[in-house]
Design a binder for this molecule. Sequence first.
Ligand SMILES: Cc1cc2nc3c(=O)[nH]c(=O)nc-3n(C[C@H](O)[C@H](O)[C@H](O)COP(=O)(O)O)c2cc1C
Length: 172
Amino acid sequence: MVQNTEILFTRRSIRNYKKDMHISDDMIEFIVDAAMAAPSARNRQPWHFIISRDRNKLNKLSEVHPYGKMLKDASMAVIVSGDLKIEDRESSLVQNCSAATQNLLLAAHGIGLGGVWLGLYPREERIVALKNMFKLPENILPITLISVGFPDESKPRNNNFNPDRLHFEQWS
Ligand SMILES: Cc1cc2nc3c(=O)[nH]c(=O)nc-3n(C[C@H](O)[C@H](O)[C@H](O)COP(=O)(O)O)c2cc1C
């Protein structure tokens, strides 16, 4: 278990997983609870989380997503989707679902799982493929795909701080 704010810096994109590992419903509920704690415009919380642990579907997803090969060894995929009936502004859906995606990744890392964010939106061919595969209704727009598993790699803590990107009061 990673403590406190350290998870912000030690979370890394994990693409290698231990094979044939099961993620429990309790773990899923915890990380989705964290995702749903994300901020959202007008507090509409317009998200849905489609979970897939089915090996055949994970294999298919690894072929559907051009940069999603890691899904063939993942324990789970999460499709973070926005509901256009709850939030009709697509730009808000994207931002809300992105905030939820980051929370989910951090929570997964916090309980010893590892994951990686795979972009879907605005790639029409990926959106259509996912909508068909998971039988999503018309008003549900898939925004991100997250591959999750038990890490089989370790990466150093992020050290991205760049003082050139920090501006106080005005640009320079
Ligand atoms: C919008 C978005 C799309 C991404 N798409 C992919 C992807 O298709 N495949 C992949 O392996 N990683 C993807 N990533 C993960 C990035 O490559 C990763 O976050 C970045 O290299 C920094 O590494 P870190 O997460 O370990 O800090 C994506 C991340 C974001 C935010």
